[in-house]
Design a protein around this ligand. Structure first.
Ligand code: ZN
Length: 304
C-alpha cells in the first residue's frame, strides 16, 4: 500500500510508519461513551442516535483506519458523521481523511487556523469552528460540554466534560504518570491554573490523551507534579545548576522531587527532560503570546 496522506513527512522511509495499523483496545466507559487506545495515544468516541461522534483521528493513516475499524466493531451500522479535534497536533488529529472524509469536523478557531495554514496531507480542515471557553453540545442525541479555558498544550486545545457520566477528557495535558517528556508545546505560564480549573467540575473518571484511563486523585497529583517541577526548576538558577545539561538537571530536580513523586511511573527516565524543558520557560519567558499572563491576546486578530 502506498499512503497518499503523509502528514508533513517528506522522506519516503516514513511510509512504513504511516502504513502500520496498530491493535486498538476499546473500553466502554458509559452508556454512549467509549475510550480507545493504540497502546500509546488515547481518545474517546460517542454513540449518537444514528451516527458516531469521534474525537480525534490518531496519528497515522494506518492508525486512523484501525480506529475506524474499532468503532465499527463497537458500534456496528452507524457511520462516523462528526469528528472533534482535541487540538491541532498530527499525532492525535492528523488523519481525518483516512477515518471519515465526509464527516463534519469541529475544532476551536485557533486550532482550525493552524490546520488551515499547515496543510498537512490527511489533516482535513475543520468545517465548524468554535470560539470561546465553553460550548454546550447536543449532537445526534448526545449532550456534553466542550471547554477551552485558554492555551494549555498545542493550539486550541478543547477538553470534553460529560456531566451525567462524570467523565473528563483532556488530551495531552495531565497524564497519569511522569512521562511528560520534552513538552515542547506546553504553555507553562497558565497550564496548571487552567488544569486545576477543571477540578471545579463534577467528574471522577479522567481520560487523558495517552496512556491509561485515570481518575480525579491522580489528576490532582499530576497538577502538583508539574507545579513542583516549576518550583525546583526556578531554584536551579539560584544554585548555579547548568540548566542546559540533562544530567545536571536530572540530578538536581530529580533529587529534590524523588521522595514526593518518585513513585510516578516514568519518573526516573523523564524528570531530567521535563526539568530542562520547564527551566527554559523561566530562562526565556515562555513560548509567545499564548504563554503570557494575558493569553487571550492571541485571539485579538480573530475578534477583529
Ligand atoms: Zn499534542
Amino acid at each position: 500500500m502506498k499512503e497518499t496522506n503523509t502528514g508533513i513527512f517528506t522522506a519516503p522511509n516514513a511510509l512504513e510508519y504511516l502504513e502500520r495499523e496498530p491493535d486498538m483496545q476499546v473500553q466502554k466507559l458509559a452508556e454512549r461513551l467509549w475510550t480507545v487506545t493504540d497502546g500509546v495515544r488515547r481518545s474517546i468516541f460517542l454513540e449518537g442516535d444514528t451516527s458516531v461522534i469521534a474525537f480525534d483521528t490518531f496519528g497515522t493513516p494506518g492508525a486512523a483506519r484501525a480506529y475506524g475499524q474499532a468503532i465499527v466493531q463497537a458500534i456496528p451500522g452507524k457511520p462516523i458523521k462528526t469528528i472533534i479535534y482535541s487540538h491541532d497536533h498530527l499525532d492525535h488529529a492528523g488523519f481525518a481523511d483516512d477515518l471519515a472524509p465526509d464527516a463534519e469536523i469541529i475544532a476551536d478557531e485557533m486550532c482550525a487556523k493552524v490546520i488551515e495554514v499547515r496543510r498537512a496531507k490527511g489533516q482535513l480542515k475543520p468545517t465548524r469552528r468554535l470560539s470561546g471557553e465553553r460550548h454546550e453540545m447536543d449532537i445526534d442525541g448526545v449532550r456534553f460540554t466542550l471547554l477551552n479555558p485558554g492555551p494549555t498544550h498545542g493550539t486550541g486545545n478543547m477538553s470534553a466534560w460529560f456531566a451525567d457520566e462524570k467523565v473528563l477528557f483532556s488530551s495531552d495535558t495531565i497524564l497519569p504518570n511522569a512521562r511528560y517528556g520534552l513538552m515542547p508545546d506546553y504553555h507553562i505560564w497558565n497550564f496548571v491554573r487552567f488544569m486545576r480549573g477543571f477540578l471545579d467540575l463534577d467528574w471522577n473518571t479522567f481520560v487523558p490523551g495517552r496512556y491509561e484511563v485515570s481518575n480525579r486523585a491522580r489528576f490532582e497529583i499530576g497538577c502538583d507534579f508539574i507545579e513542583a517541577v516549576q518550583e525546583e526548576s526556578q531554584r536551579a538558577f539560584a544554585e548555579f545548576v547548568p540548566i542546559w545539561m540533562l544530567d545536571a538537571m536530572q540530578g538536581y530536580v530529580g533529587g529534590k522531587l524523588s521522595e514526593r513523586f518518585g513513585s510516578l511511573e516514568g519518573f526516573e527516565e523523564h524528570i531530567g527532560l521535563i526539568a530542562v524543558r520547564v527551566v527554559h520557560h523561566y530562562l526565556m519567558g515562555g513560548w509567545g503570546l499564548e504563554d503570557t499572563p494575558a493569553p487571550g491576546l492571541v485571539l485579538a486578530d480573530e475578534v477583529a
